[in-house]
Structures are given as C-alpha cells and as structure tokens.
Design a protein around this ligand. Structure first.
Ligand code: SAM
Ligand code: FES
Length: 451
C-alpha cells in the first residue's frame, strides 16, 4: 500500500566527468520543474517526489520512474514536465512517447552500463586519478566565493526585474567584461537565469538577496563574506596557534553585519529554545552577549511575567536596542553595556543564557563565567549553554568541528567544546543537575541547575 497516489523517483546520481549520467543530461532541472508543476496543480498531497541513485539507464537520461504502476520514463526534459504531470498524475494516462517499456533492452543496457562503469572506475584507479570527492572538496570554495562576491556587489538588487549584463555592470560600478563573467557563472550556479540578453533573478535569489524583499538576508550573509577573509588566514593561524589579524573587524559596518548574521540564525531557533526551557516559574533572565536580543525577545513574547536583561559590549547595545524596540518588547527587555569577562552579573536570576557564547572563549574564561553565573542564580535557577557541541573525541559532528576552526581564525582562544567538557565545568562551578537538551538543527543545549 502507498501513502500517496503516485511516487516519482528522479535519478540524480552524479558520475565522474565524461561518464553519462542523468544530472549531466539535466535531471536537476527536471526535478525542479516537477516540484513546481506538482505544487502549481495542487497535487502535493497525491504525489511524492523523491531523488534516487543510478538505475543503470544512464545513456537514456534523465530517467524517472512513476509508481505504483512502475512506469519508466527516459530522456525527460523540463519542457515535458507539465504534460507528464497533467496526463499521468492528473488523468492517470502515462505519456507514451517518453515511456520505455522494453524490459529486455532496459536490462541489457543496465548490465552493459554497469560493466562499462566498473571498467572506467578501474582505469581511473589504475591511472591514479584524484577521486571526485576530493576534487570537489578542494574546489568547494569557488561557488561560495561567487555568491559572496555577488552579495558584496549587491548584484541581485542590480538585476532587479531583469537587466542586461551591461546594465548590471553599470549599476554595480564594475568592469563590464568581469561582471559579465561573474553573472554567467551565477546563471550556471542556478542563482540567475538568462533569456536572450536579459538576466533575471531566480525566485530564491529575488526573495533572499534583493534589497526591498521582505525576506532579504543580504546583511546577515555579508557577515559570512567578512569572515571568509579570516578563513584565508587558517594556515597561518594553525602555525601560530591563534588568530592572525587581517582586515578590521571593529568597524560599525562589520558589527552591523555580524549582529544581522546572528539574528538571521537566532530568530528561528529562539522559539524552540524557549519551548524546550519553558517559562513556568521564570521571572528574571540574564542574556549574556545577547546580540540581536532574539532569545530575550522570544522569552518576553512567550510570557508577560518574564523580565530579561541583555549584557553586551557597548558597540552592540544600540543595535540590540533597535531589534528589541522593533519587536515591541522594550518594557520587558533591558540592556546593559559591559564586558561579561569582567563585570559583576548581579543576582537573583532564574535563567542565565549563554547562546553561541562559550565558543568565543578559552576553557579558563568559560569556567570563570560558569562560577560567576552560579553565584548570580536564584535557588533552582538554570545556566543554559547553547552551542555546537562536539562528540567526546572531538572529530564530529562536522559543523561543530569546522566551527572550532572558525573560532581559531576569529578569536584569541575560542573553540568548539564537547558535552563532557561543559558538564565538567558546570559541576566544578557547583551545578548539581546537568543535562543535555537536543534541538532541531545543528546546535544543542547543556543546562545546569543549582539547588
Ligand atoms: C556569537 S554572538 C551571539 C549572540 C546571541 N547570543 C545569539 O545567539 O544570537 C556573540 C555575542 O557576544 C557579544 N560579546 C562578545 N564578547 C563579549 C564580552 N566580553 N562581553 C559581553 N558581550 C560580548 C558579541 O558582541 C555578540 O553579540
Ligand atoms: S545516472 Fe541516472 S540512470 Fe544512471
């Protein structure tokens, strides 16, 4: 029994360069077109679209199979998609001109393909060709750098509702030849489209990267462009053991983009953190390094009984004030400019939050913060650390291991830490109950409670 009327499998198996494959003949474009068409016809609840690995008919790609009848389509193009969805999913009639039902020929092709593939791989292995996985990892920064430069130059805003390469080049005050090369690469990356001489934003680029869009995330993403320059110092940082100065990270623009970057991530995560911690019995919260204030804002919105205090550095507090005021919770959220490494925290808090903070500091600094937080908590109060938490042997998960290097290039002594480390530091600081709370997404929480 199927939980939906149709199940569509589209092959997206990547193959080494020079070997026939469905992606090489356009299966990702077919997949996108199917997704759009199924939604446009309101068939989302009837049809499940799934990607799959090689089905052995690579020379006839893009290949897709529609179940429960098991109808095999070959050489499908985006231009065929609306007909397939209307006829097959709508009227239950497969599009015969694209159906392949010669089982003997299909079997022969798949066996032949498997043998050819094995031989090709054996030949590559013998010749010492670098595996694709390694090649892709080494060049992985290229697409990222194209997008970061496009964001820095605000190309997507310059494209607007559609423009020629010359117009775009003029609008971003760039060299016409070079701008044209970048714009073409953005088309290849699926971030712009081109029709005749005109370039257009894709729906995603228009939504997330264009200035007047309500979901524009450019400012926050420019923070990633800023730290890209830091990552280029990684080799020197590994040699020296700490960050190596490059460029300035104390300009108002850098700080603005940094806090926008924090807000981009925190605004979705904050309601989950509030839900996981609950507001019962919570009256006073201290939000250390609160940044955009997203977590205090979420607590204030969740309960009118909660009062939050955000302590952040003086350069950031005016930005925090704007976010708090925009959220309409200024009466419940107060701001304190200061230095959490030096300042007295006060007393009587039910929760002290360290959201994305501990990774900026060394073990000694974190132990000291935990000790002082312990003193500042009311009976039964909780210290909450939310961060990317490493496995005990520190070799994963990948995002936490990479984030540790992000701290190496960006801070004096920061790193990602493991659950064991956080737990030990909390216990040493006098917390009795310590537990880990998993959140959806890459970060999780360690919560310590005092008696
Ligand atoms: C990675 S951000 C996290 C922001 C926020 N907690 C969040 O999760 O969105 C780190 C924050 O700590 C602040 N910060 C860094 N060093 C600080 C210090 N010594 N005292 C107070 N705040 C500090 C930064 O200004 C920034 O707002
Ligand atoms: S790559 Fe799609 S069938 Fe082989």
């Amino acid at each position: 029994m199927e939980p939906f009327r149709f199940h569509l499998f589209v092959c997206t198996q990547q193959k080494p360069e020079g070997v026939a494959s469905c992606p090489a003949s356009g299966s990702f474009a077919v997949l996108d077109a199917l997704d759009r068409e199924i939604q446009a016809r309101g068939l989302d609840n009837d049809a499940q679209l799934t990607t799959c690995g090689c089905m052995g008919l690579c020379d006839e790609g893009p290949v897709m199979v529609v179940y429960p009848a098991g109808v095999w389509y070959r050489r499908v193009q985006p231009s065929d998609v609306s007909e397939i969805v209307a006829a097959h999913l709508g009227d239950g009639k497969p599009v015969n001109r694209l159906v392949w039902n010669d089982a003997a020929a299909m079997k022969a092709m798949s066996v032949e393909h498997r043998e050819k593939f094995r031989q090709a791989m054996a030949a590559r292995e013998k010749a010492g060709v670098l595996p694709d996985r390694l090649d892709q990892m080494i060049r992985g920064y290229m697409p990222s750098r194209c997008l970061l430069t496009a964001l820095e130059l605000d190309i997507f805003t310059a494209v607007g509702d559609g423009a020629s390469a010359e117009q775009i080049g003029k609008r971003i005050h760039a060299n016409a030849r070079a701008a044209g090369m970048l714009i073409n690469a953005l088309v290849a990356l699926g971030l712009l489209s081109k029709s005749g001489e005109d370039y257009k934003n894709t729906p995603e680029s228009a939504r997330f990267f264009v200035q007047d869009s309500k979901d524009n995330q450019r400012n926050g993403l420019l923070h990633i462009a800023n730290i890209w320059h830091r990552w280029s110092t990684l080799t020197d940082a590994v040699r020296s053991g700490t960050r190596v100065p490059r460029g300035r990270d104390d300009t108002p623009e850098w700080t603005h983009n940094f806090i926008a970057g924090m807000q981009r991530i925190a605004k979705d995560r904050a309601p989950q953190v509030v839900k996981a911690l609950g507001t019962t019995g919570v009256c006073r919260i201290l939000d250390l390094g609160g940044g955009s204030g997203a977590y205090s804002i979420a607590f204030a919105k969740a309960s009118p009984d909660v009062q939050c205090e955000i302590l952040d550095i003086p350069e950031v507090v005016p930005l925090t004030a704007e976010y708090v005021s925009q959220a309409g919770v200024s009466a419940q959220v107060s701001l304190r400019p200061g230095d959490m490494l030096q300042d007295d925290f006060g007393s009587g808090y039910d929760i002290i939050m360290l959201n994305a903070i501990c990774h900026m500091f060394s073990e000694e600094q974190n132990r000291d913060i935990f000790r002082r937080a312990r003193q500042a908590l009311a009976p039964n109060g909780r210290l909450v650390v939310q961060d990317f938490i490493l496995n005990p042997d520190k070799t994963g998960p990948l995002h936490a291991a990479l984030f540790s290097l992000n701290m190496l290039v960006n801070t004096d002594a920061g790193a990602s830490y493991s659950e064991v480390e956080y737990t030990n530091w909390m216990k040493a600081a006098g917390f009795t109950e310590v537990c880990r709370i998993s959140l959806p997404g890459p970060s999780s929480m360690i919560v310590g409670r005092v008696k």
